[in-house]
Design a protein around this ligand. Structure first.
Ligand code: SAH
Ligand code: MG
Length: 893
């Protein structure tokens, strides 16, 4: 470890910092572990410190340390001739943290303006009695020559380092180049040659970009102002405009990565001496590395990278449960995003819901949180209040979190609170972090929106933004990310069998039917299930069908319905069953994503046009884990509760001798499918749902069963018509008026309560079925369900230690009613529309507490047909998604 010079250079300099209106100790200093002391330094003392530190660097004492500068000093003393012992100032400015902090204190702009640090250090060198400079040159050296023998020297081998050239002109693409450093050469000399400057002292070095631990830096040539006489150079540099567009030489891409002002073309390379070793450390920077750096700066990019699925993965839109989340967690992602855009760490705080608990403020430092998250005591260590007794596991009360994102200057940019309250701290802050990320993602797709629109755009999503500061912070993004290219997968076409809408209705959208291979095992992924697939994506050029592999994974697990993979892939997977495989093609995503994913072949790809190319996916379903609700229902009931519900409905349908049936909220058609397998009097069956994906699956199942007339499974030979409609059951559609029977199994709890009431009104007042069967979970039964299963260790632990309120069975449930709530809803409804209603259920026994697991209401229309107000004029609202009639089959697919 390096010995300290006589004075610690890192002290708070309160008096003078107040005078300058700046804070010397920003967070980054604290993160470096530099402890502020109470000592105060004046501006004069700071200059003295700077001079002292600089002189110290040229002492034999310093040369015996392992400072990253040592390698450069070794080069200096190995240099022959007039330049013996000369060190480029830029090297000292880039590698000595202490000097840097002092420069920043003298002039805060030094942080974003590397030439300014150089000018300050040159001035300090002139003030030092032991250090020499010469006017108009960017070298410094020691009056009394260094003793070369003190620096251990080793013979290097020649090396080759791949680097990138980032031209300042946005029209020119970035390109790779190779730095060939022979055993005798100084790597900075090679960089100087590539930049076209005379010698290595004219190369300016940025701070590290990308991760703090990396040695990736930008190299560019010194601006001419640095060669002015010292004081005028300082003046010019410190007044240099920081605005983006005023200077044509401004390198926007280099600035975007480093946060520093960089002019002219720049090289991006990972090379340098480190604390660990005086041997030269180097790594290749490839084109794919560059594009991955770009990707991780878009809000969902770190998620894609954390899943190592740049093309396939999407940031999920909902934080359902911790155990179903894969990849980095939302808060971590939000912290990374802020770090990458040089914003302050997001501040999470609980809102006071339960007044007996003080509001908590989680430490601003995510790093710290991440470490402690693996322990069961989770947040305690990080709470501002330090109240270690107030645990997640106590389970009293609920939490809402708010998150604030501040600029580096501590101006609030974004504020957002969670809509719902959560019983677990982590669920609450993960959800709110995800809400912000999701919004940022939307914003990044429309970065060019006018500033006036921004606050409305925030309000629309329940987020407060400061438009001026926000657009300032992301001002460069539209240029660097090339917003026009962000259109991700608009259309999707299928390679093989796609049933087209025919000529019946040209307006109907073309729904892909994927080329699915293998027998239907009947085990299909449904919303909320964890599904594991293998996939590979290739880039296909023109009609040649020569696929270049782009991205593939042997195992990729995700939650269906959470938006965790791109839409086409999810649509395909939800139509497949276990062990099936499928192929389909899509349009290209953005060029950035393709090049980021392509790895080794990025260079070759970047030289080619991607026009006329498309992506070919091949996917296989390896595992399907039922959603938690189903798992619970299956573990505790035999046959499974869902099957019991369907059987209950089938029995009632049979007894009723109904010939027409509509299944409201049919989902993927489990009831309709079963009806085909039972002999009933039904002639016409209809399903309605708002989920296009579920309807597609229902269509697939019904289609295959009905169109094979010889299918021995199809018992219900009388069926002459089957239709699936895409529409909301809260809207009336005259085509479904007066059916013999309506079913609505486990649907109402998926709607908001007011919508569920609306459905009740619409169905009994307008659709007017003779019989209506409605089922919904009985909330009072949840304790039994949730005690009886251990979906995963963590949730189990939680369940066992908690009393009411119990969780809903499914994250998509908007409510779960007690028997009393359900009875009052149904009874009111029945009396209003002249129906009678009886209550029943499945799972559990009648009259035994706490009632049935699924409660069922059976409504029957009273014979007096007075008040069913069929509105003859009301046109159909629903769109036919699929239709089958006994001798012809027509499909809108
Ligand atoms: N009845 C099916 C599906 C239950 S899941 C079964 O028992 O298996 C609930 C379904 O309700 C989902 O498919 C969802 O898309 C559908 N749904 C929710 N709100 C709806 C609405 N307003 N109109 C139509 N369907 C709706
Ligand atoms: Mg449900």
């Amino acid at each position: 470890m390096e010995k300290r010079p006589k004075l610690c250079t890192c002290q708070t300099i309160e008096s003078s910092s107040r005078a300058e209106g700046t804070t010397f100790f920003n967070r980054s200093n604290n993160m470096l572990g530099i402890q502020p002391t109470t000592n105060k330094l004046t501006m004069q003392e700071t200059w003295d410190e700077l001079v002292a530190r600089l002189s110290y660097l040229f002492t034999n004492e310093f040369l015996s340390t392992s400072h990253p500068l040592i390698g450069h000093f070794r080069v200096a003393v190995q240099r022959e001739g007039d330049f013996y012992g000369f060190v480029p100032v830029s090297v000292i400015a880039a590698y000595d943290v202490k000097l840097n902090n002092l420069c920043k204190f003298i002039n805060q702009k030094a942080e974003t303006n590397p030439p300014l640090s150089i000018a300050l250090i040159l001035k300090a060198a002139r003030l030092s009695s032991s250090i020499c400079t010469s006017e108009g040159k960017l070298w410094i050296w020691k009056q009394n020559p260094l003793s070369p023998e003190i620096i251990h020297s080793d013979l290097k081998e020649s090396i080759q380092i791949k680097a990138m050239r980032i031209p300042c002109s946005m029209e020119k693409p970035v390109e790779t180049l190779t730095l060939n450093v022979s055993s005798k050469e100084y790597y900075l000399d090679v960089i100087a040659q590539k930049l076209g400057v005379g010698d290595c002292s004219q190369v300016i070095i940025s701070r590290t970009v990308s991760k703090a631990s990396s040695e990736m830096r930008l190299y560019f040539s010194a601006p001419k102002d640095l060669y002015l006489t010292s004081d005028s150079s300082l003046e010019v540099l410190s007044n240099m405009k920081e605005t983006v567009n005023s200077q044509s030489l401004f390198n926007a891409r280099a600035h975007y990565f480093s946060g520093q002002n960089i002019y002219g073309d720049a090289l991006l390379a990972t090379v340098g001496y480190t604390w660990k070793s005086t041997d030269l450390f180097h790594e290749d920077v490839s084109l794919a590395t560059y594009y991955r750096m770009l990707i991780c700066r878009v809000p969902d990019g770190n998620y894609k990278l954390s899943r190592e699925a740049i093309v396939a993965a999407e940031l999920p839109t909902a934080f359902t449960t911790r155990s179903n989340w894969r990849g980095s967690f939302p808060r971590e992602l939000l912290c990374m995003f802020c770090r990458q855009h040089r914003l302050s760490e997001p501040i999470f705080s609980t809102e006071k819901i339960n007044p007996s608990e003080p509001p908590l403020e989680i430490s601003k430092n995510c790093q710290k949180l991440k470490l402690s998250e693996s322990t069961s005591e989770t947040e305690h260590a990080n709470r501002g209040t330090g109240d270690a007794n107030d645990g997640e596991l106590r389970g009293q009360g609920t939490f809402k979190y708010e998150v604030r994102i501040l600029s580096k200057e501590q101006d609030v940019i974004i504020e957002c609170s969670s809509e719902d309250s959560y019983r677990r701290h982590s669920d609450a802050y993960q959800s709110v972090a995800l809400k912000v990320l999701t919004w940022l993602n939307k914003y990044f797709k429309e970065l060019d929106m006018p500033i006036e629109k921004l606050s409305c755009f925030g309000v629309d999503y329940g987020i407060r933004v400061n438009p001026q500061i926000l657009s300032g912070v992301f001002a460069l993004c539209p240029f660097v990310h090339n917003v026009q290219q962000t259109s991700v997968f608009r259309k999707c076409s299928s390679l093989g069998a796609s049933v087209s809408a025919g000529d019946s209705n040209p307006k109907e959208s073309v729904v892909p039917l994927f080329n699915i291979e293998g027998p239907d095992t009947g085990m299909s992924p449904s919303s909320g299930s964890l599904t594991c697939i293998s996939y590979s994506i290739s880039l296909v050029r023109g009609m040649e069908y020569i696929g270049e592999p782009l991205e593939s994974k042997d195992e990729f697990e995700f939650e269906i319905g959470a938006g965790a993979i791109n839409q086409q892939l999810e649509t395909c997977v939800t139509q497949m069953s276990l062990d099936q495989s499928a192929r389909f093609t899509t349009e290209l995503p953005s060029r950035d994503l393709i090049l980021g994913a392509s790895g080794e072949s990025a260079e070759a790809l970047s030289l080619q046009t991607l026009q006329g190319c498309f992506l070919e996916y091949s996917v296989k379903v390896l595992r399907v884990t039922e959603p938690l609700e189903d798992r619970m229902e299956q573990a505790l009931f035999s046959p499974p509760l869902s099957k019991q519900r369907v059987e209950y409905a089938v029995r009632l349908i049979n007894e009723s001798h109904a010939t027409t049936l509509v299944d409201f909220g049919c989902g993927s058609g489990s009831l309709l499918d079963s009806l085909l397998e039972h002999p009933t009097a039904l002639e016409k069956i209809v399903g309605v749902d708002i989920s296009w994906k579920s309807l597609c699956r229902a269509a697939k199942i019904l289609h295959s069963k009905l169109s094979m007339d010889s299918d021995p499974k199809v018992q219900s030979k009388r069926i002459s018509s089957a239709i699936l409609y895409d529409g909301s059951i809260t809207d009336f559609d005259a085509r479904l008026f007066g059916f013999d029977i309506g079913t609505c199994l486990e649907v109402i709890e998926h709607m908001e309560e007011d919508q569920a009431s609306l459905f009740g009104d619409v169905v009994l007042s307008s659709f007017c079925p003779q019989i209506l069967i409605v089922s919904t979970p009985n909330y009072e039964y949840n304790p039994i369900l949730q005690r009886g299963t251990s979906p995963n260790k963590e949730d189990d632990l939680e369940e066992k230690t908690q009393s009411l309120p119990f969780k809903f069975r499914n994250h998509d449930h908007k409510f779960e009613w007690t028997r009393e709530q359900f009875n009052s809803w149904a009874s009111n409804l029945a009396s209003r529309y002249n129906y009678s209603v009886e209550f029943d259920g499945v799972g559990g026994s009648p009259g035994v507490e706490p009632g049935f697991a699924s409660q069922i209401a059976v409504f029957r229309k009273n014979t007096i047909q007075a008040d069913c107000l069929r509105d003859g004029k009301a046109a159909g609202h629903y769109e036919v998604l699929w239709e089958w009639t006994s001798n012809t089959s027509r499909s809108a697919l």
